[in-house]
Design a protein around this ligand. Structure first.
Ligand code: 5GP
Ligand code: MN
Length: 372
């Protein structure tokens, strides 16, 4: 290749690299050396994540635990409650200490720890029954997360709301800390899982080029990405399919004037369909397949006086704001949650009532859609 062409190519690649790297995060070098020091100093590490732990929460926790064990540390993953069944295929998932099943063992473990790492949640109440245990522990604390407005008290906070998943952020941090060489196949499998689940299989928040560099790194560690996809997603049951079909057929309400879809399932309906945890995972995404629907709400009446609120959106519609302002929750702009203690009917009426105040976030129909 002659040198003129090589120079041209270099310029071209450089141009696109600088244009596309805007989403890649910057992690402060001082934070990285502090993290490295805290890990080096620790012997017994507890890792915890949010209640109803999802792929990113479990993936980042187990991913870090495997890496720490490779370093010779004792690493215990403690979740407030059990992960959904489809995540139990992850390497190390069987060893998770579930706080709701073994509260005493969890409390003892936090007391023994000299380091606690809090992953994938931004406020303490997201770890539910583990709050007093973590508060009581004398251990040093690291908080790594990608939700907005972190308030978790910690000696070291690495917060990156621009990151699509805590798993991606964790990999980048470990890499910068010189620990990437300790990430083996099991750790990589867990990290990949969270990157995949928090981006809907790389279908949203997934334009950061570094995601694909990291995937390539993980593939290099021997992960079977197709198998991970199958294990995590192809685990349906007839009951689950029928429940989701019922929810869409009988319980979906559309308000196209507000770009809104609401699906609700009462306690009674859940019981009648033999609901088990995880059965409605990703149901909230389905209405977004309808052109014109940019805001999808799923209400699940887990207890008579407790409704889990889940919201998803596309584009500029800020469901985290809706959840924060009206349902005591939060999350990301396009995926958020909260809770309601009103009846299902009153909760639906509340959403319909507040919908007009968010109309300004709807895409302007006069603006032609770009052709990508
Ligand atoms: P999901 O709808 O899958 O339960 O939650 C989607 C996202 O919303 C989660 O990743 C989390 O960021 C956020 N989220 C869900 N429930 C709550 C909640 O009760 N409080 C807060 N602050 N965030 C939540
Ligand atoms: Mn996450």
């Amino acid at each position: 290749m002659n040198s003129e062409i090589r120079d041209l190519m270099r310029k071209f690649v450089g141009k696109y690299r600088s244009m596309s790297s805007t989403q890649s995060i910057c992690i402060d070098d001082r934070q990285i050396s502090r993290l490295r020091q805290m890990i080096d100093d620790a012997r017994y590490v507890c890792i915890t994540c949010h209640v109803s732990p999802d792929g990113d929460a479990v993936g980042s926790s187990l991913g870090l635990a495997h890496m720490l064990r490779a370093l010779g540390k004792v690493a215990v993953v403690i979740t407030p409650d059990a992960p959904a069944k489809n995540l139990m295929c992850l390497p190390g998932a069987q060893d998770i200490l579930v706080g709701s099943h073994h509260p005493d063992a969890a409390a003892r473990s936090f007391m023994r720890a000299d380091l606690i790492v809090c992953l994938d949640f931004n406020e303490m109440r997201r770890i539910d029954r583990l709050v007093p245990m973590v508060d009581k522990s004398p251990a040093a604390r690291i908080h790594i997360d990608h939700h907005l407005d972190p308030t978790v008290p910690a000696d070291l906070v690495i917060s990156s709301p621009a990151s699509s998943s805590t798993c991606l952020l964790l990999f980048q941090i470990l890499e910068k800390a010189g620990l990437a060489c300790m990430i083996g196949r099991d750790s990589a499998t867990c990290i990949y899982t969270g990157m995949m689940t928090d981006t809907g299989n790389f279908s949203y928040n997934a334009s950061d080029p570094d995601i694909y560099r990291v995937i390539s790194e993980l593939l290099g560690r021997g992960i079977d990405k197709d198998e991970i996809y199958r294990r995590v997603w192809f685990t349906s049951t007839v009951q689950r399919m029928k429940l989701c079909a019922f929810a869409i057929l009988e319980k979906m309400q559309l308000y196209p004037e507000h770009g809104l879809a609401i699906i609700s399932l009462s306690r009674q309906e859940l019981i009648e369909h033999g609901y088990t945890r995880g059965d409605t995972e990703s149901l909230v995404n389905q209405p977004l397949a309808l052109p014109g629907i940019v805001w999808s709400v799923f209400l699940r009446q887990d207890e008579d006086d407790y409704i889990k609120v889940s919201m998803r959106s596309v584009g500029d519609f800020p469901v985290n704001q809706v959840c924060h302002d009206h349902f005591g929750g939060g999350g990301h702009k396009n995926a958020a949650g909260g809770e309601s203690h009103a009846s299902l009917e009153d909760t639906i009426s509340k959403i319909i009532g507040l919908a007009p105040s968010y109309d300004s976030y709807l895409p302007d129909p006069a603006t032609p859609k770009s052709n990508l």
